[in-house]
Ligand binder design. Structure first.
Ligand SMILES: C[S@@+](CC[C@H](N)C(=O)[O-])C[C@H]1O[C@@H](n2cnc3c(N)ncnc32)[C@H](O)[C@@H]1O
Length: 282
């Protein structure tokens, strides 16, 4: 299934008039956001670390020429850009429908496949290797922190003992049915260092964004959302000791937070749990 862009209208509204601006689309996916930005007159620099999206990126390149540039790398590489290279930045985090629906990638417990879960198949370790490499304590932390698994230590011990190599082997070891999806999610987040990536990239964005530049993030997981919320809140408070006379003005203005409407959820149930947050550099 082709990925349906989530909260696209809200993202477009948050960015405002984009004619002539350069937007970094950190998570190209099926290119739904990038295309919308290009059609509204923006230039786009898009990142994605999944090589499977390159064909779609090539199509946009053919259609929009020099206004579109694709970088096949993790978005933490935004630090290689300079402040003059772009105006605004957008993140639409998590995985795409193509990734979850591709039976071979190991993201879904609906298909039997090697337990891989890497967004970038050129590098890094698979979910199966991760289970092998972590200690029981470390694995329990991953399951608890990213999957909210209550008996995480017990399950971590079982996974270490049985060493599942496929999605179905993993699925069948999880005795609580409601834990299956969260366990898959937790391993995916750890395999791809998703929280490290967003923290790293936001740090770079803070250093690079120019006055009037906006950073918009769409998140799908509470921890991810907390990282974005805390970063944006920290950026948008006055700097300095409030007891002293000189306190500099906040560096950023918070934009309105959005969640999908009933109507969007009806047509795209995968949009549930999405939150859009944004800031504008003052
Ligand atoms: C939710 S999809 C984006 C969908 C896109 N907005 C659209 O409209 O088609 C997320 C995409 O971001 C990519 N991605 C996730 N984390 C990434 C990272 N740290 N660096 C680069 N790409 C990443 C995934 O490979 C996936 O293709």
């Amino acid at each position: 299934m082709k990925h349906i862009p989530v909260l696209l209208n809200d993202v477009l509204n948050a960015l405002g008039n984009m004619d002539g601006r350069t937007i970094v689309d950190c998570t190209f996916g099926a290119g739904g956001y990038s295309r919308a930005f290009l059609e509204r007159g923006a230039k786009v620099i898009a990142f994605d670390r999944d090589v499977n999206v390159i064909a779609d990126a090539d199509k946009l390149k053919q259609e929009f020429g020099d206004r579109f540039k694709f970088v096949s790398a993790p978005f933490s590489e935004i630090k290689q850009l300079s402040a003059d290279d772009f105006d605004d930045v957008v993140f639409d985090l998590g995985i795409s429908s193509m990734q979850i629906d591709n039976a071979d990638r190991g993201f879904s417990f609906r298909f039997d496949a090697p337990l891989d879960m890497r967004m970038d198949i050129r590098t890094g370790i698979t979910a199966s290797d991760l289970i092998n490499n972590l200690t029981v304590e470390e694995l329990a932390d991953v399951l608890y922190e990213y999957g909210d698994i209550k008996k995480s230590h017990k399950l971590a011990g079982l996974l270490k003992e049985k060493q599942p190599k496929t999605t179905f082997e993993l699925r069948d070891l999880i005795k609580v049915p409601g834990d299956v999806a969260p366990v898959f999610q937790a391993l995916r987040i750890a395999v791809n260092d998703e929280m490290g990536q967003i923290k790293d990239a936001l740090n770079s964005v803070d250093g690079l964004l120019q006055s009037g530049g906006r950073c918009i993030c769409v998140t799908f997981h509470s921890i991810e959302d907390r990282i974005v919320k805390n970063a944006f809140n920290k950026w948008s408070v006055p700097v300095g000791d409030p007891r002293l006379p000189v306190v500099s003005k906040p560096k950023y203005k918070l934009l309105k937070t959005k969640t999908p409407s009933e109507q969007e959820l009806e047509s795209n149930p995968r949009a549930r749990s999405a939150h859009m947050r944004g800031v504008e550099k003052v």
